[in-house]
Every structure is written in C-alpha cells, then in structure tokens.
Write a protein that binds this ligand. Structure first.
Ligand SMILES: NC(=O)c1ccc[n+]([C@@H]2O[C@H](COP(=O)([O-])OP(=O)(O)OC[C@H]3O[C@@H](n4cnc5c(N)ncnc54)[C@H](O)[C@@H]3O)[C@@H](O)[C@H]2O)c1
Length: 366
C-alpha cells in the first residue's frame, strides 16, 4: 500500500515526538511491504513566527491532498500574549474546521503496568476500556454570535440535524465493532439541542438493533466515569461535553503521555495527534514520552488506512516496552528503567521488529 502522510510537528515537544512516530511507521512499512511518504508543514506558534499566521494556506492545501495527517501539538508561553487571531490553537481549530474533521475519537484503556499510577483505586479502574467520540466542528465553540455585549456576554450553541446524525452514526458504527454498548451523553432535561440529540439517537438506534443504548445526562456521566469507568464502551457526545469528559477520562490511565486521538472526516481522512499539549516545560530536553504520538500513528493505520494488523503490532510493541519496564520521566514503573525519548523510541522499534514478549517466552519453551 502507498500512502502520503503530512507531518505537522507544531511546537514544544512536537518535533521530538513526531520523529519517533515517523521512525515507527517507517519500520512498519518495511516489515509489511508498504510505502509511506512524508511531507512536513507548519502549524501553530512556529507558523506564526515564519508566516505570520497559525495556519498557512499551503499547510491546508497539503493536508487536504494527503491520505492522513499526523500532528504533534501547538502552543507555548512565547505566543500567550498574542492577539486572538495570532494564537497557536487557532491553527488547530482552523484545520479541524476547514477539513471538516467532525468526529474526535479518544480511546482510553488502562494499561496493566501503569494501573498503580491512576488516581483511582485499581479495582475501580482495572477494566476500563472505552472510546469517547466527541463532535468537533459544531456546538458552542463555533456558534455565532459569540461576543461581549454592553451588559454581559453571549455564546451560541447551534447544531443542525445533519451534524448530529453523522456523529451519532459514528458512535453506533464504533459500538458495533466493539462491545455493542453506546452511551449517549446530553443535557436533555435543560437544553433544546440535547432534546434533538436524544431524539436522533433514538431514531438511529432502530438501524442498529444489535447495539444497546444508554442515555446519560452529562453530570451523571461525569460521576460514572470515576465511580464505574468499566460501564462504558463507546460514549458519543457533543463538542463541549466531549471536551470536558474526554479530559476527565484521560486521567484515569495515570499518564497523559500515553493517550492518542483521531479527528476524522466522513471519507476517512483523519488528523491524528496525542491528547497532551506541547509540554513547553520539557521541550528540547529529550525526555518527552513519545508513546501517545506513536499510538496516534497506530490509530491512523487502523482508521484511515484500514491496516488493523499493523496498528495492533504497534500497540503490542508499546505494551511490551512497558512490560519490559521501560518508561519516560512522566511515568514510573516500579523496578523499571527510566529512559529518554530516543531510547523509548528505540525500545518500541526493537519490539516492532522482533517478536513479542509472549512469542519469545513461548519460543523458549519449544
Ligand atoms: N492539541 C494541542 O495542540 C494542545 C492540547 C493541549 C494543550 N496545548 C498547549 O500546550 C501548551 C502547554 O499546555 P499544558 O501545560 O496545559 O499541557 P501539556 O499537556 O502540554 O503539559 C501538561 C504536563 O504534562 C507534561 N507532559 C505532556 N505531554 C508529555 C509527554 N509526551 N511526555 C512527558 N510529559 C508530558 C508536561 O511536561 C506538563 O508538565 C499550551 O500552550 C497549551 O495551549 C496544545
């Protein structure tokens, strides 16, 4: 298979970790006989410095012609005082909107060797394995007017029926290939937008009789995430609720440095990035955890290219590294070895190109 991938390193640790993902993709391509080509473009703070805009036209052009996009992260104190049109995050919001990347997917799964690092008790977080699907291009973040008035402020929450239908369908489709349980999160006791949302979920559920549906109000969902995270399989929700709940869910696993995400269009084009930010406090020190970025590349293989075996191979390699005790400074594995970005990447590459731990253990008994 031949695929062209746009790399958007962004700011802070973006450059360091995207190089790790590129190396892993190159190793996978060679092992499975694929050809991945890469082209790099600017976004965020570095684009402001070089082009006086957080999202240059040529970045958008290249992304719209690509098979998939891998992004590091944007932002940092250097641009914090900039006027709003020259803020790095405008680049990210802009690319999502311009490419119509309406569905944000965040898998959250606990990893056995990191269970101790969760702020929750092990017995509560133990079986957590969920996929949060958040609507990304509508709702209150994009509604107009959004402004200060002489006596106060106004923000606008607006959704079309079509915008709700397409994200709800994503939710059902994802649930169908997982454990067949969809939790739809809304605030239907108060908001008109949520009432329509709930009606549409009910309508769509008729097309997916194999998927069971639970409706939860967002406040109840927030509580259930920390009291019974294993209840959830797929969660589908609108933009603002999804923003908050997915960050809440991200701390369940104990490390932000482990979580990938995907933002998808209906035709499969996707932008893949870690959940964490640009970590300016550790940029350039060679200690950033590259695993969320590497797992984002695995999500890309699965969701944009349909390369499920290759994606699973990367996930296995990452898991094996942790089982072998390798960890970066942001996580701790008792009795393990602390390494930097480069060594962690090498450990993943080693596990991609050699057999899995379980395979080698099996072999030693043959
Ligand atoms: N999608 C994005 O591009 C995105 C998302 C969130 C924040 N940001 C931006 O990132 C900048 C910093 O934001 P923040 O500090 O709130 O969040 P952050 O996620 O960048 O960092 C929070 C903490 O986690 C650590 N951390 C994050 N990723 C890590 C990794 N891979 N390895 C090791 N440690 C890691 C950081 O060192 C820091 O201590 C801000 O400018 C913010 O706007 C960008």
């Amino acid at each position: 298979m031949e695929k062209h991938i746009i790399l958007l390193p962004g700011d802070g640790i973006g450059r360091e970790i995207i190089d790790s993902a590129k190396q892993v993709l190159t190793a996978i391509a060679s092992e499975y006989n694929h050809r991945f080509t890469f082209e790099e473009h600017a976004i965020g703070g570095n684009a402001i410095d070089d082009y006086n805009t957080p999202l240059p036209d040529k970045t958008v052009d290249a992304c719209s012609k690509a098979d998939a996009i891998l992004m590091g992260a944007v932002g940092g104190p250097k641009w914090d005082a900039n006027p709003s049109h020259l803020r790095p995050e405008k680049g990210l919001l802009g690319i999502r909107k311009q490419l119509e990347l309406f569905a944000n997917l965040r898998p959250v799964k606990t990893i056995s060797s990191l269970l101790y690092a969760s702020p929750l008790k092990e017995e509560i977080v133990n079986q957590a394995d969920m996929l949060i699907i958040r609507e990304l291009t509508g709702g209150i973040y994009f509604g107009t007017p959004s402004e200060r008035t002489p006596n106060g402020v106004v923000d606008t929450l607006r959704y079309t029926r079509e915008e709700i239908e397409r994200i709800v369908e994503r939710g059902f489709e994802a649930a169908r290939i997982r454990r067949k349980h969809l939790t739809s999160v809304d605030k239907a006791n108060v908001l008109e937008s949520s009432k329509l949302w709930r009606e549409i979920v009910e309508e769509k559920s008729k097309q997916y009789p194999d998927v069971s549906v639970t409706h939860l109000l967002v406040d109840a969902a927030a509580m259930k995430l920390v009291t019974q995270p294993s209840f959830f399989d797929v969660i589908v929700t609108e933009n603002l609720f999804g923003d908050i709940l997915s960050d809440e869910a991200s701390v369940l696993t104990g490390s932000l440095g482990m979580l990938p995400s995907a933002s998808l269009r209906s035709d499969g084009l996707g932008l893949y990035e870690p959940v964490h930010g640009s970590a300016p406090d550790i940029a350039g020190k060679g200690i950033a955890n590259p695993l969320a970025m590497i797992l984002s590349a695995a999500l890309m293989l699965e969701h944009s290219f349909g390369l499920v075996d290759e994606a699973k191979e990367i996930e296995r390699a990452v898991n094996d590294c942790l089982l072998q005790g390798f960890h970066t400074a942001d996580i701790h594995i008792p009795g393990g070895v602390q390494v930097g970005t480069k060594q962690m990447t090498e450990a993943v590459l080693e596990n991609v190109t050699t057999k899995s731990i379980s395979d080698s253990i099996c072999k030693s008994y043959v």
